[in-house]
Design a binder for this molecule. Sequence first.
Ligand SMILES: Cc1cc2nc3c(=O)[nH]c(=O)nc-3n(C[C@H](O)[C@H](O)[C@H](O)COP(=O)(O)OP(=O)(O)OC[C@H]3O[C@@H](n4cnc5c(N)ncnc54)[C@H](O)[C@@H]3O)c2cc1C
Length: 345
Amino acid sequence: MPTYAWTVIGAGPAGIAAVGRLLDHGIAAEKIAWIDPAFAVGDLGQKWRSVSSNTIAETFLGFLNASAAFRFAEAPPTPLQEVDPEDTCALDLVADPLVWVTQQLRERVHVVQATATSLSLHQRQWRIDTEHREVFSDNVILAVGAVPKSLSYPHLDEIPVEVALDPEKLAAQSLDGATVAVFGSSHSSMIALPNLLRQPVEKVINFYRTPLKYAVYLDGWILFDDTGLKGHAAAWARENIDGKHPDRLERCWVSSPEFQEKLEACDRVVYTVGFERRQLPATPQWGELEYNQQNGIIAPGLFGLGIAFPEYAEDRYGFGEHRVGLKKFMDYLNSVLPLWLHYGT
Ligand SMILES: Cc1cc2nc3c(=O)[nH]c(=O)nc-3n(C[C@H](O)[C@H](O)[C@H](O)COP(=O)(O)OP(=O)(O)OC[C@H]3O[C@@H](n4cnc5c(N)ncnc54)[C@H](O)[C@@H]3O)c2cc1C
C-alpha cells in the first residue's frame, strides 16, 4: 500500500489551489493523492454557476494565474478573459477554466474518486477511509466546503438556495400566486429576491435581522470585503431595499410584533442565512476537531482550507471577518503552506 506525502480531500476551488501549490513547492506528483466524489469544481462548478459573482474578473484571473502547476497560460481562450477586468461576471466563467485546470491536475496526481469517511492517526501516519479503499498519507489537507444553513419553519415548503439563485431552476417551480418568505440580507438574498420577483408570485416577504452592509472600495483595501454586498447584488439592494421597495416586496424585521402574522401568510421559504462547514470525515480518536483560524492547523499533519476552514482576519479598524473567496483562499494558502510543510506528523 503506497504512502503519500500529501492527500487533499475535496476538489472545489480550495482543493484545486492546494494541489497546485503543493506541486509548485516541489512535492512530487506521485506523492500526492486527491480525493473527491465528483471532481467537478465543488459547489461552484455544480450549484452556483449561474450566480452573479461578488468578485471582479481580474481577481478570478489572479487565482487562475497564481499556481504554475495550473498551466493556465496553456489553457484554451476563455470568455473570462473577454470580460472587463473590473466587472463582476457569472460564476460559470470561472468554473469552466477550473474544470480545465482540474482535468490536467488529475492527470498528474493520484486520484481517488470517492468520499472520505474517516480519518485517523497511527504511528505518525494518517489513514483515510473511503467507500472504496483506504489511503495512507503523512499529511492531509481538508478542503471539504460548506452547505447553506437552514432555519426550521416546517409549515413552509422550502425552495433550496441553489434553486432560488438559478433563474432556470426557479422557473420550473410552481410559484403562481405563492407568498414566499426569504430569510436573510446576504449576497445570496439580494440575488434570490429579484429572481423571485421575476416569477408570478403574489408577494415576497424578506425577513431580516440587521441593516444591510455594503462593501466599500478604498485605497488598496475593501471595507466589509467578506460580509458586505458587492456587484449587482449591492446595486439591486441600494435601489430596491434601501431605496423604494418593488410593489410585491415587503420587508419584516424578525423581532417585530408582526413577524408571526407575516410568516403565517407565507407558503414557501428560501433560507439565505449563510453557510456552515460540510460534515467532516469521522475522527473517532478525538471527536469534533477545532482549527486554528490564523494558520489552518487542525492537528499534526492535518490542515484546513477553503470555506470550511476560512482564515479570520481583522481590517485596519479592527473589524474581523472570515476571509471567503477564491483569491483569498489562494493568498492564505501562500502564507500558511510554508508553515504546513514544517508541521508534519
Ligand atoms: C452565492 C455564492 C456566490 C459566490 N460568489 C463568489 C465570488 O464572487 N467570488 C469568489 O471568489 N467566490 C464566490 N463564491 C464561492 C465561494 O468562494 C465558495 O466559498 C467556494 O466555492 C468554496 O470552495 P471550497 O473548495 O472551499 O468548497 P466547495 O466548492 O464546496 O468544494 C468542496 C469539495 O469537497 C468535496 N468533499 C466534501 N466532503 C468530502 C469528503 N468527505 N470526501 C471527499 N470529498 C469531499 C465536495 O464534494 C466538493 O467537491 C460564491 C459562493 C456562493 C454560494
